[in-house]
Design a protein around this ligand. Structure first.
Ligand code: UDP
Length: 241
C-alpha cells in the first residue's frame, strides 16, 4: 500500500480511549499510552491536531435520558472534554511533546480560546494543538467538533481511533462473518447509516473533501503504522464506493 501523503492530520479519540479497563473516568496509564501513540505519529514529521471526546465522564444524551435538560447536560459533556484535553496535555508534555489546548468554551485560567491563526502558529512551531469542548454548542458531539476543526485547520485527513480496526458490514464483536471495508464513500456511509461518525460530521467531511480514516487505537504503534500506509483501516472519502 502506498504511503498517504498527509502533512497535517486531525486525530479524534473518544473519551473512552482514556479510561483503559475502568468503567469510567481517566486512567493515567492509558492516557500515557495514547500520548505515546501521538508522539510516535508526530515523529513521522506530521502536524497534529487532536480532539478528544468526553464519553468516559459524561454524555449529554445519557443525562437527557434520565430527565435532565438536554442543553444543560450537553454543556456538562463539553466540560468533560476539557478535563480530558488537560489530562492528555499533561501526558504529552511529560514525554516531551509541546502542546496547547484551545477550548470552544472559554476558560482562560486553564487554556486558550479557539483562535485559528494562533493554532496555525502552534502547529508551525511543532506543538500539538488539542481542541476541547467540541464545537462549543449543545446538540453536537465531538465528532462534529473534529470535522469542524479538521476543515478549519485544513487537515489532510481525519483519523478516528476506535476500538475496532475499521468499518464493517455488521458488528464484528457479535458477528463472526462481518466483513471490513477498505474504502467507502461518504454517500454510502450516510445512505446505509454505517457507524463511522455522526451524520453531521460525515457530511462536513464530505463537503470539504476530508477523508476519514477509521483504525484501532488499542494496538500499540498502530497510528504510526496506519499513517505509513501499512496498518489496517477503513478510509471513507469521495473516491470510495
Ligand atoms: N458535546 C456537545 N457539543 C459538542 C461536543 C460535545 O454538546 O460540540 C457534549 C455532548 O453532550 C457529548 C459530550 O459533550 O455527549 C461528550 O462528547 P462525545 O459524546 O462526543 O464524546 P465521545 O463519545 O467521543 O467520548
Amino acid at each position: 500500500m502506498s504511503k498517504p501523503a498527509y502533512k497535517r492530520i486531525l486525530l479524534k479519540l473518544s473519551g473512552e480511549a482514556l479510561m483503559g479497563e475502568q468503567a469510567f473516568g481517566i486512567d493515567p496509564q492509558t492516557v500515557a499510552r495514547m500520548a505515546g501513540e501521538v508522539k510516535a505519529a508526530k515523529e513521522t514529521g506530521l502536524e497534529i491536531c487532536l480532539v478528544i471526546g468526553g464519553g468516559n465522564i459524561f454524555r449529554g444524551m445519557a443525562g437527557a435520558a434520565k430527565g435532565m435538560d438536554r442543553a444543560q447536560a450537553d454543556y456538562m459533556g463539553m466540560l468533560a472534554t476539557i478535563m480530558n484535553a488537560l489530562a492528555m496535555q499533561n501526558a504529552l508534555e511529560q514525554i516531551g511533546v509541546p502542546t496547547r489546548v484551545q477550548s470552544a468554551i472559554e476558560m482562560d485560567k486553564v487554556c486558550e480560546p479557539v483562535i485559528r491563526r494562533r493554532a496555525e502558529r502552534h502547529l508551525e512551531k511543532g506543538r500539538v494543538v488539542i481542541f476541547a469542548a467540541g464545537v462549543g454548542a449543545p446538540y453536537f458531539t465531538t465528532d462534529s467538533g473534529a470535522a469542524l476543526r479538521a476543515a478549519e485547520m485544513k487537515c489532510d485527513a481525519l483519523l478516528k481511533g476506535t476500538s475496532v480496526d475499521g468499518v464493517y458490514n455488521a458488528d464484528p464483536k457479535k458477528d463472526a462473518n462481518a466483513v471490513r471495508y477498505n474504502h467507502l464513500s461518504f454517500d454510502r456511509v450516510l445512505r446505509d447509516n454505517l457507524k463511522v461518525m455522526d451524520a453531521s460530521a460525515v457530511a462536513l467531511c464530505r463537503d470539504n473533501d476530508i477523508p476519514i480514516v477509521v483504525f484501532t487505537i488499542r494496538e500499540q504503534g498502530n497510528l504510526a503504522k496506519v499513517l505509513r500506509g501499512d496498518g489496517v483501516s477503513t478510509t471513507v472519502s469521495n473516491q470510495g464506493e
